[in-house]
Design a protein around this ligand. Sequence first.
Ligand code: SAH
Length: 359
Amino acid sequence: MVESVKPNIKDLSFKEFEAHLVELAEPSYRAQQIWRWLFQKRIASFSEMTNLSNALRERLTEDFTISRLPILRQADSIDGTVKFLFGLSDGQSIESVLIPEKKRLTLCISTQAGCGFGCAFCATAIMGFKRNLKASEMLDQILEASRTLGERERITHVVLMGMGEPLANYVQTVRALEVMTDTTWGIGISPRRITLSTVGLVPQIQRLMEETRVNLAVSLHAATDELRSRLMPVNRKYSLKELMECCRSLPIPRRKRITFEYVLLSGVNDGKQDARQLSELLRGVRCKVNVIPFNPHSGSEFQRPTAAQVGVFERVLHDHGVQINVRRPRGDDIQAACGQLQGEALRQKGHASSTSAEA
Ligand code: SAH
């Protein structure tokens, strides 16, 4: 007989857990107490839940496990950026990056192990798609990174910009967002402080904007279909026209803007003409552009443009009235660009990287 594996309590939704408590003849308010222990006090065992009866603590211990994500590697940059490589229970690994800025502490989390979208410049793409993360695995990245912080430090912002495509893992991502944003029993981060970045999956973008209040970032990287399809194969499915029509019609509140991300690749998409075409494409969309000078990695021949090239691109957009923000490269010394720490660990182990695209 196969021994049944206990479920991880964090894989139940709040509602599912409430229903479980009813079956145990416990009052449903216990669900809130228990969820607070898990997501606010971040305890790691049921025995620490001191406002529950011993009998209930024992029962929960029999029924469930409480997951942890072991840190396989941690890299600290001189600029304060910290990168974690977490090990998943099935041997896969994922990355998160903690980015301190003046008044914020942002955690960048992964939503899939690997990625199947094959963007030409991305280190994660080289690995191919491994699997979707469960909501608990997204939340555990926040809980584990929080555990490494000092008493008075707190993660203030979360960006879903690590490994993987969040909207290709829609259900688990929205489940995780619910726990991240709930202030009564969840982690309690305002949706205004959470940004989800996507390659541009049109139907899921529309659904996300209806179902949540998180900020949207769309990876654009090119202003023509010809170039974008070369850099991002997903463009063959959702063209720029479809993507921009979607962005124009989203029910976004007045003071909010969509962010467009634009990785600057030297000699590929960083010319004056590219900047002019980009400003044309964005005309009439309430947006800002995050320009990210390419983060070089050993799996790619693209190059980061010089500061002068970046400056020219920035000026043309600015002159055309586009709100633009050039991202300072962070964590260069620890290979903080998406997928790089994992790539490094695999190379050191002598693994060949998979290039299958299953997503
Ligand atoms: N799949 C989502 C989120 C993960 S990638 C998306 O594509 O938006 C987060 C951002 O980092 C994307 O804009 C992506 O294009 C960008 N990116 C990936 N590799 C990069 C690199 N080497 N240098 C700079 N930005 C990179």
